[in-house]
Design a protein around this ligand. Structure first.
Ligand code: AMP
Length: 182
C-alpha cells in the first residue's frame, strides 16, 4: 500500500500519518523529518539541504529522490508519504520508482483546513523554520508548486479529501474511512 498525505504545511498531515502508520504497521516517510535528521547529523546531504530549509524553499529534487528510494526499501508492507511529492517532477519521479517495483500510488488523502487555523498551528509548533516570514513563504511555495498535484491525482481517480478541522481522533476516523472507502 502506497499512500500520500497531501496538504499545506500545518494542516496536520504529519500527526495523522504517524497515527495511521502506528495503527497499520506502515512506514511513515516524512521527507522533512529525514532532512532534519540529516541536518542534525551534519551529513553531506544535510549540509546541502540546510539553507533551503531555513529559507522555506524546496530542497533540490535529486536529493529528495535518493531519500525516497532508500525509504521505500525499508517499507515492504506499506508507506505513507508525508511532505512528498512537493512538485510535478517529484510526483513523476515517484511514479517512476514505483513502476519499477510493480507498484503504484494507491490513494492520496488531501487535508483541508482554514488558512487562519494553519497559521495558528504553525506558529504554536515553534520549529526553527516556523517564523512568521518563513511560514508565509512556505505557504506560497505550497500554492505554487504543490497545490497543482491535487489536480494531477484527482484526474487519476485516487484523490480523497478529508476535513482536517476538529479533534485528532475524529480526523483519524475520517482518514481511515477515506483510505478504506477509496
Ligand atoms: P516539512 O517537515 O514537510 O514541513 O519540510 C520542512 C522543509 O524541508 C521544507 O520547507 C523544505 O525545505 C524541505 N522539504 C521537505 N520535504 C521536501 C520535499 N519533498 N521536496 C523539497 N523539499 C522538502
Amino acid at each position: 500500500m502506497r499512500l500520500i498525505f497531501l496538504g499545506p504545511p500545518g494542516v496536520g498531515k504529519g500527526t495523522q500519518a504517524a497515527l495511521f502508520c502506528n495503527e497499520r504497521g506502515y512506514q511513515h516517510i516524512s521527507t522533512g523529518e529525514l532532512l532534519r535528521e540529516a541536518v542534525k547529523k551534519e551529513t553531506e546531504l544535510g549540509t546541502r539541504a540546510r539553507g533551503f530549509m531555513d529559507a522555506g524553499d524546496l530542497v533540490p529534487d535529486a536529493v529528495i529522490l535518493g531519500l525516497i528510494e532508500e525509504a521505500l526499501d525499508r517499507a515492504p508492507d506499506g508507506a505513507v508519504f508525508d511532505g512528498f511529492p512537493r512538485n510535478q517532477i517529484q510526483a513523476e519521479d515517484l511514479d517512476g520508482v514505483l513502476r519499477e517495483r510493480g507498484e503504484t500510488v494507491n490513494r492520496v488523502i488531501l487535508f483541508r483546513v482554514a488558512e487562519d487555523e494553519i497559521v495558528r498551528r504553525l506558529t504554536a509548533r515553534g520549529r526553527a523554520d516556523d517564523t512568521p516570514e518563513t511560514v508565509k513563504h512556505r505557504l506560497n511555495v505550497y500554492e505554487e508548486n504543490t497545490a497543482p498535484l491535487v489536480d494531477y491525482y484527482h484526474r487519476r481517480g485516487v484523490l480523497s479529501e478529508v476535513d482536517g478541522m476538529g479533534a485528532i481522533p475524529e480526523i483519524q476516523r475520517r482518514v481511515a474511512a477515506a483510505v478504506n472507502g477509496g
